[in-house]
Write a protein that binds this ligand. Sequence first.
Ligand code: ZN
Length: 265
Amino acid sequence: MFYFDAHCHLLPRKQFIKAMDAGITYFICNATHPRNWHKLLDVASTITGIYPCIGIHPWYIADLKSDWQVKMHLLFEKYPHLMVGEIGLDTTRPDLSRQAEIFEFCLKTALKYRRAVHIHGHESWGLITDILKCYPGLTCLFHRFSGTPSQAKQLSTVTNAYFSLMSVRPARYLPAERILVESDSPDGLHKPARVMELAERIGLDWAQLDANFCRFLGETMPMKGDAPKQLLTTQDDPISSQINLQNTPICSDKQSQPINSEAIK
Ligand SMILES: [Zn+2]
C-alpha cells in the first residue's frame, strides 16, 4: 500500500521532501503558468514519485507571453509522461471567452500528445461538459470536484472521467473506482498528508484508492501503460496538427461516446 496526492501545487523541492517525510509517496503536481513549468520539471527530474502536469490555470491568463503555445508543445514533445493541467474554466473570474480559448488549445494539445487532463471547473461544470463534447476520448481528472450527481454523470459520458475529491459529499454518488483524493496544497488542505484523514472520512480504503491511482496513470500514459483505445484514433485529427489554434469557437453539439456514466448513482 502507498499514499498519494492526486492534485497539488508543491514547489519548491523542500515541500515535496516534507510531504514524503509525512508518508506521501506519489504526487500529481500541476504547474499552472509558464513561469513555473520548468521549475516543476526540474524538481520532478530529481525526485521519484512526482508526476508533473503543465497548463494555464483560468486564474492566470492575464500575463501570458505570445510564445506560450509553442513552449507547451515543445515540452510535450520532450517529456512523454507529462500531463496537461491545471486547466479549465471559472465563471466567477473575468474574461470567460479568453479562458475558453486557452482551455481549448490545451485540450487539443492533450489529444495530440495523448495525455490526461487535470481540470478546474469551479461553478462551470455545464460549460466544461459542452466543450469536452468536442474532444471525445480524453481521460480527465476533475479536480476538487464538488458538482452534482447529474454533472458528474454528464462529465462521465463525454470523457473517461476520474474525480479527485477534497470533501466527503461527492463520494456518496460517485463510483468508488473513479475516486481519487487530493490536497490541492499549499492551498486546499495545506498539507498533502491530510489526504490520509480525508480518505478515512470518505470511507474508502487505500487499497481501493491505490488501485484507482494506478489505473488512472496506466490509462493516461502511453509510455507507462496501455493508452486508452479511443485516444489512439486521434492521430490524424486535423484540429491537433497545428500549433496556431487561436480563435477556436466553443462547440457544443457533437456526439460523444458514453464511457462510464452508467456507474454514477
Ligand atoms: Zn489546483
